[in-house]
Design a protein around this ligand. Structure first.
Ligand code: HEC
Length: 149
């Protein structure tokens, strides 16, 4: 019985990681972190966020408690989660944030949606800028390993 349960759990896990909706294999091309910083400032991310070492006096405060990005405080663990946070903020709201009213009445993130504004290149650069602020496990870049037949 225990073995069957274990097998079932394993199969479910495998199904989850390898299914058609699995993020496995997701990769953005290499971005330019300096350009990403410009994107970060120009989209006024600092009106709702703080990021160590970066200030922007022109960004008006849009939510009562700014959400810190980067460092140890973050809930973000992987490269995929970081990208998801930008293009699909409500996907997985960080647990502590629900209490802190970072969501609206319907549970959607208060984070602004940039999907109709931001170009893919801007996203790529933004992620290249943000990624080193976190201690992230990078997703496979498109560095194909040499293989010797
Ligand atoms: C109107 C306010 C607002 C703006 C503007 C905004 N965000 Fe957010 N952001 C939030 C809120 C609220 C959360 C927490 C809830 C959530 O995870 O969506 C969040 C969460 C995040 C997270 C996940 C944080 C974590 O550690 O879990 C990232 C990454 C992020 N934002 C990046 C950005 C970037 C990059 C920009 C600019 C392009 C931006 N945000 C602009 C409100 C905002």
């Amino acid at each position: 019985m225990k073995t069957t349960l274990l097998l079932l759990t394993l199969m479910t896990l495998i199904a989850c990681t390898e299914g058609p909706e699995s993020p496995k294999g997701f990769s953005l091309p290499e971005g330019d972190a300096a350009a990403g910083k410009t994107v970060f400032i120009s989209y006024q991310c600092l009106s709702c966020h703080t990021l160590q070492g970066i200030t922007d006096d022109s960004a008006s405060q849009q939510i009562p408690n700014k959400v810190p990005l980067g460092g140890d405080v973050s809930k973000i663990k992987t490269y995929g989660e970081l990208v998801t946070s930008v293009i699909n903020p409500s996907h997985k709201i960080a647990p502590g944030f629900k209490r802190d009213s970072y969501t609206d009445d319907t549970g959607q993130s208060l984070m602004r949606n940039y999907n109709d504004l931001m170009t893919v290149n801007e996203l790529v650069d933004l992620v290249a800028f943000l990624q080193p602020q976190y201690n992230l496990k990078p997703f496979n870049r498109t560095n194909y390993p040499q293989y010797f037949p």
